[in-house]
Write a protein that binds this ligand. Structure first.
Ligand code: AMP
Length: 280
């Protein structure tokens, strides 16, 4: 696996090697890699001839300074994991100065309202930060296929929209959420939880499953049940539980039989903000 720290060197590599008809797969990550990330990379190495992974904790997508500084980082371990457990060909690990000019403002996008729901309400400008850095990555790497986790469902739908706004020929592939054996969605942030918090965090997935199991009840009843359950739990601070159409992510009042939908949840467990969803 080749490692690049500078975009110029990475672009030189593409120039020298030539792109020919090589199908390039791209997996952007913020590192502290776990099996969920590796799943994305494996999907890429399965269907692409060259897989590029990036590790970059993008400062412009964080709303809270503390969340950015405390975000788990372990680049040496990540490199070992990529080398030992995947067939990743290229790793790009830029510093902020390689991607952003000093004082550069992030772009403002119109994602047809997708950015105004759920995460968009609780993390203003988050998706503009995500899209700004992805636009830069797409420009540098020019992948044919880009892989994103369904765990970040809203991000996945926004990236599909971004690619169409940019009019780039990139296929966006969504990869199912990888869970630990007990059901918790794998996340780099899980390492910030203590044992008790991790046990509590399981309740997010449990509540999604409860809703799925009781899908004959009304959405309103299911939502109030979950909200009132978490209100009684001092360890969990619920931001939202939403029932949405899978494509538009707009809220639904009934779970449709013929169309796909999703239940999305976001909550703080202690200081750690976790999100999860289940697709119906
Ligand atoms: P992150 O490093 O959190 O920015 O995530 C990088 C990519 O990995 C994103 O496309 C995420 O949606 C995806 N991802 C994170 N956790 C999981 C998971 N548990 N299962 C599948 N994909 C994931």
């Amino acid at each position: 696996m080749l490692i690049f720290k500078h975009k110029n060197k990475l672009q030189d590599y593409f120039k020298i090697e030539g792109r020919h008809n090589t199908k390039i797969g791209f997996v952007p990550t913020m590192g502290s890699l776990h099996e969920g990330h590796l799943q994305l990379i494996r999907e890429s190495t399965k269907i692409c001839e060259l897989t590029v992974c990036s590790i970059f904790v993008n400062p412009t997508q964080f709303n809270k300074k503390n969340d950015f500084t405390s975000y788990p980082r372990d680049i040496e371990k990540d490199i070992k994991v990529l080398r030992n457990s995947t067939k990743c060909d290229v790793l790009y690990i830029p510093e902020t100065v390689d991607l952003y000019e000093k004082g550069e403002k992030i772009n403002q996008y119109n994602f047809n309202g997708l950015e105004k729901l759920m995460e968009g309400i609780y993390r203003p400008n988050h998706f503009n930060g995500v899209a700004t850095v992805l636009e830069k990555f797409f420009d540098i790497i020019r992948p044919d296929v880009a892989f994103f986790g369904q765990k970040d469902l809203q991000q996945l739908q926004i990236v599909k929209r971004l690619v169409s706004i940019l009019d780039m020929q990139i296929k966006v592939v969504g990869v199912p959420t990888k869970r630990d054996r007990d059901g918790i969605a794998m996340s780099s942030r899980n390492s910030l939880l203590n044992n008790k918090q991790r046990e509590e965090a399981l309740k997010l997935y449990a509540s999604l499953q409860y809703c799925k199991l009781n899908r004959k009840d009304t959405v309103e009843d299911l939502k109030s049940h979950i909200i009132s359950t978490f209100e009684k739990n001092p360890m969990i601070n619920l931001d939202y539980i939403e029932f949405v159409d899978l494509e538009t992510l707009s809220p639904i009042e009934e779970i449709p039989i013929t169309k796909k939908s999703a239940i999305c949840i976001a909550a703080y467990v202690g200081d750690v903000r976790l999100i999860d969803n289940i697709i119906l």
